[in-house]
Design a protein around this ligand. Structure first.
Ligand code: GDP
Length: 211
């Protein structure tokens, strides 16, 4: 996949306020400092992801429209811990509701620092995704910070820990490694998403007409 255009469409949480278009969503999750904003900016080749860090935006989902046919959704750094803890507060419920009920959600990309491996929260998110039957893609960030043998060891260890079928992709915004592979994997997840049939599709047509 090439990125031909990207626009920041806003920060939303509640289903009623999310963008109305019936395009697949690819959510991106990761604890803060994992390199999420850097990675989004690097993928987009624009400094758009800084908005995600603006005060007041840290508990919302940030929507980026890519190629006018796909939403990349920047999930907040920590919120999913609350999801895993049984949706205790309003915020956790809203995020849980997004992950569990958003029909346009085609998959979740989880970023993990290649040097540190998954945290407890990362493990909780992975279990949550498996239980929910959501597509998941694990990406190891900051690949330039480790040597070849350490990287290989971390890839194998994390693959086992998370029970994923293949070795996780490694990226580096410094060396440029992994960009094409990540975009291609995102395209595969987006393509695997099928617009729900019948009544939902009707609702969507309605929404498209009314804006
Ligand atoms: P966020 O909190 O997950 O959005 O993380 P940031 O994107 O702000 O990155 C956290 C720190 O990691 C910053 O100092 C980045 O410059 C650095 N960083 C992010 N990605 C990479 C990478 O691929 N390589 C290196 N060497 N540093 C990175």
């Amino acid at each position: 996949m090439e990125i031909r255009s990207v626009t920041f469409r806003g920060s939303f949480l509640k289903a009623s306020t999310r963008p109305k278009e019936w395009f697949p969503h690819i959510a991106v999750a990761g604890r803060s400092n994992v390199g999420k904003s850097s990675l989004l900016n690097w993928l987009f080749r624009h400094n758009l992801a800084k908005v995600a860090k603006a005060p007041g935006k840290t508990r919302t989902l940030n929507f980026f429209l890519v190629n006018r046919n796909l939403y990349m959704v920047d999930l907040p750094g920590y919120g999913y811990a609350k999801v895993a803890r049984r949706l205790r507060d309003q915020w956790g419920r809203e995020l849980g509701s997004y992950l569990n009920h958003e029909e346009r959600l085609a998959g979740v990309v989880t970023l993990i620092d290649v040097r540190h491996g998954p945290s407890v929260l990362d493990m909780e998110l992975q279990s949550f995704l498996v239980e929910s039957g959501l597509n998941r893609l694990v990406v190891l960030t900051k690949g330039d910070k480790v040597g070849r043998s350490k990287r290989r060891q971390m890839q194998e260890q994390i693959q086992k820990q998370l029970g994923i079928p293949s070795r996780p992709l490694v990226t580096s915004v410094t060396s440029g490694e992994g960009r094409r592979e990540l975009l291609d994997a995102i395209a595969v997840m987006a393509d695997s998403w099928k617009e729900p049939q019948q009544e939902t599709a009707h609702g969507t047509e309605e929404e498209k007409r009314t804006g």
